[in-house]
Design a protein around this ligand. Structure first.
Ligand code: AMP
Ligand code: MG
Length: 395
């Protein structure tokens, strides 16, 4: 049986970055990867700029007397007159510095001594204080972002500042989510005897959205060969297909064979992990197909461990794998399993507490968790303080 690490390697080897596209800069690009270097089309700031509300002065003028007459007022967006010798100009934050001025004194460091006359209250100003010179932040033609940058809100702001309303990005992968199972009904229906709501479809769609993918929600398909063939073929119009259920070795677990019949090449089937052992991964050309086990916690874990890294790699993220960190068990904990186990837990700082959990069908326990703790195979009584690997899943 394949280990989780081997399966991850096999999957990531087959995840090439999607072709870049030019697109309008909009909040939909949040989290996408920039596919080009970006240069500035102007100096920033575009002019010498006041950083405080106060007075623009010539430092040398203050060596003689601490009081200056105020000759004008300039606010942001205005073009100031030059500063006459021996004068101050009242200036607001963001306004251009008048020609001749070499410092700004903050309002709170002055007192008004007569109508139109100010006096420096504190220490004398130093040259350049509270002035940001033209081009100090960036120069016209200078590279300000590199290909591979992630479009965070602050990067988007910088793109807007340099006038880049269209940019080349790696697009979000499109993910089709299709749940298999004769027992399934849609979430808005009341299940009959022996039926179950399709909670995986909703959960996986949300996981895919959280992983920055576009979701094509395809509902439920019954465990019939002809229907599976038709619906999976349709799902295969997307970059990635996520199927839930039908990948194990039961009589109606028709997914692996159907995928083979559709030309999908199997690379992983069955992984040494709990929950999630029957996991399937295959490819058809550049398309990725994930067959996740039907039990909700199995589906969830397989998505986080295998699908999410794949989606990140398609989207051009260099660091794709799940980010594990160290934690320590808050209490003594006993556990027995023949496979590495991803156990729902609650984390508080470094401390983690595995939650009471009935195993792979127990979605309720998972919904109350914000972490998965990796526990090694075997029979163990872990004392409080045991160091464990923790995967955060809370937001
Ligand atoms: P399977 O992997 O198809 O053998 O399903 C394993 C278990 O997961 C069965 O108890 C199913 O009823 C349940 N299951 C399968 N698909 C879903 C789904 N979409 N939502 C919730 N539970 C499911
Ligand atoms: Mg099934």
């Amino acid at each position: 049986m394949t280990t989780v690490d081997e399966a991850t390697r096999i999957i990531l080897e087959r995840c090439g970055e999607l072709p870049a596209q030019e697109s309008e800069l909009a909040p939909e690009q949040l989290g996408c990867v920039l596919a080009e270097d970006v240069t500035s089309d102007l100096d920033m700031p575009p002019f010498d700029k006041a950083l405080m509300d106060g007075y623009a002065v010539r430092v040398a003028d203050l060596a003689l007397h601490r009081s200056l007459p105020v000759s004008a007022t300039v606010t942001a967006g205005q073009i100031p007159p030059p500063l006459p010798p021996g004068h101050a100009i009242r200036i607001m934050t963001g306004a251009p510095i008048p020609a001749g001025a070499d410092a700004v004194i903050r309002v709170e460091d002055t007192v008004s001594v007569a109508e139109g006359m100010i006096q420096v209250a504190g220490p004398l100003p130093e040259a350049e204080q509270w002035i940001l010179r033209q081009g100090a932040e960036m120069r016209c033609g200078e590279k300000v972002l590199s290909a591979g940058s992630i479009i965070t809100p602050q990067v988007a702001g910088l793109l807007a500042a340099v006038g880049r309303t269209r940019v080349r990005i790696i697009p979000r992968p499109e993910v089709a989510v299709l749940s298999t199972g004769d027992e399934l009904v849609p979430p808005d229906a009341r299940p009959g005897p022996a039926q179950l709501r399709n909670s995986n479809g909703t959960m996986l769609a949300f996981q895919a959205r959280r992983a920055n993918a576009n979701v094509r929600f395809l509902g439920i398909v019954r465990d019939r060969r002809d229907e599976l063939l038709q619906r999976i073929e349709d799902a295969l119009r997307s970059d990635v297909v996520i199927l839930s259920g039908g990948v194990s070795v039961g009589q109606l677990d028709l997914v692996p064979q159907t995928l083979r019949d559709l030309g999908v090449i199997a690379h992983v089937h069955q992984v040494a992990m709990k929950p999630g052992k029957p996991f399937f991964f295959g490819t058809r050309g550049r398309q990725l197909v994930f067959g996740l086990p039907g039990n909700p916690v199995s589906s969830y874990c397989c998505f986080e461990l295998f699908v999410r890294p794949a989606l990140r790699a398609l989207a051009g993220r260099v660091r794709s794998g799940p980010s594990w960190s160290e934690g320590e068990l808050a209490d003594d904990f006993s556990h027995r399993s023949d496979r590495p186990t991803y156990h729902p837990a609650v984390r508080s700082g470094r401390k983690v507490r595995p939650v009471a959990w009935l195993g792979s069908p127990d979605l309720r326990a998972l919904a109350g968790a914000d972490a998965l703790v990796l526990l090694p195979p075997g029979t163990h009584s872990f004392p409080a303080g045991t160091v464990v690997s923790v995967l955060d899943i809370g937001d």
